[in-house]
Write a protein that binds this ligand. Structure first.
Ligand code: NAI
Ligand code: MG
Length: 334
């Protein structure tokens, strides 16, 4: 069966890394048919709209998206299209795996965790206001609901069960934020009752940050609210070699979007220098999502072999390879 994918190359290095990824997927025979779509700064410059109607129609139709980085103007202009897409399609579950890679030197050799970040609520939603006319007092509102907490925590437990993982850690600050974080923890305990085969632990976020850099191997599946997840998922990426190697999925009820977590890297755009691994790993999560897991692990093995060779990997990892030579090397090892 062929799967239709909306392909958004995006801004900066987006088109180069997208091209490299599609070439690797094609060489591996991935059963995907691509529908190119515009979003971000390039879309804004070409059409006056950073999220054109045609792009929305394609996503509505196909519900499966592979997306490069999108440039967001700083301090004005249009709001983040990444955030708009997550909200429009209710992509409530942000999934970020962090696993030690064979060829990448890091302080730990045994990291293998998957972080589930609630993607629609918490403090991260930016419901903020000035309290005084002089703008010397600002306040922000965090939102946590039973429905949104239950669906993300259930997603984490379901994933743990399906993938044969043993433990779910729920990260919170319920000792201080007794209502918002407390509700999330309470719902975690309730959901855990339905998954007696999976161990459930809760941990306070500051301790979590420390534990992750002391002994990350103790973590398996992790679930947390939006802002904690934003921070801890980058920390987890750092444990295995950084954002250039990290894929991610944004999953909703009827739509799924896969994207690298890094940005558009304007400093190296158009120079054939960018590392396509993060977008490639995101595409492998897409293959896993459509059930093509065997092909995903074959491509992953080939990529790890290339990453292990300093002559082949890209400059951000201290290597001599270019975006296109890296892709060729992966294709050669498939
Ligand atoms: P960035 O991730 O684009 O760049 C940070 C540093 O990492 C730069 O030195 C860059 O060259 C390097 N880098 C990033 N990805 C790389 C790759 N694949 N290979 C090699 N080196 C890589 O972050 P920055 O500079 O803060 O943001 C630039 C733009 O990207 C902004 O407009 C920002 O809004 C946007 N952005 C978009 C995201 C998305 O679409 N998901 C996520 C983060 C930022
Ligand atoms: Mg982030």
């Amino acid at each position: 069966m062929i799967h239709d994918v909306v392909l958004i190359p995006g801004d900066g290095i987006g088109p180069e890394i997208t091209d490299a990824v599609v070439r690797i997927l094609d060489a591996a025979g991935a059963p995907l048919r691509y529908h190119h779509a515009l979003a971000g700064m390039g879309a804004f410059q070409a059409t006056g709209n950073p999220l054109p109607e045609e792009t929305i129609q394609l996503i509505d139709q196909y519900r499966l998206v592979l997306k490069g980085p999108l440039e967001t103007p700083v301090g004005g202009g249009f709001r983040s299209i990444n955030v708009s897409l997550r909200q429009r399609y209710n992509l409530y579950s942000n999934i970020r795996p962090a696993k030690t890679l064979a060829g990448i030197a890091t302080p730990f050799r045994d990291v293998d965790l998957v972080l589930f970040r609630e993607n629609t609520q918490g403090l991260y939603i930016g419901h903020e206001k000035w309290i005084d006319v002089d703008h010397n007092h600002a306040e922000s509102t965090a939102v946590v609901t039973r429905e949104a907490s239950e669906r993300i925590i259930t997603a984490a437990f379901e994933f743990a069960r399906k993938s044969g993982r043993k433990t779910v850690h729920l990260v919170h600050k319920a000792n201080i934020l007794k209502l918002t974080s407390g509700l999330f923890l309470q719902i975690g305990r309730e959901v855990a009752e339905r998954y007696r085969d999976i161990a459930f632990r809760d941990i306070i976020v500051d301790n979590m940050a420390m534990q992750m850099v002391i002994k990350p191997s103790q973590f398996d599946v992790v679930v947390t609210t939006n802002l904690f997840g934003d921070i801890l998922s980058d920390l987890a990426s750092g444990l295995v070699g950084g954002l250039g190697l990290t894929g991610s999925a944004n999953i909703g009820y009827y739509c799924a979007m896969f994207e690298a977590v890094h940005g558009s890297a304007p400093d190296i755009a158009g120079q054939n220098k960018a590392n396509p691994t993060a977008l490639l790993f995101s595409a492998l999560m897409l293959l896993d999502h459509i059930g093509d897991t065997e092909r995903a692990s074959r491509i992953r093995s080939a990529t790890e072999a290339v990453l292990a060779d300093p002559n082949l990997r890209t400059g951000d990892l201290g290597g001599k390879g270019s975006t296109s030579s890296f892709a060729e090397a992966v294709i050669g090892r498939l």
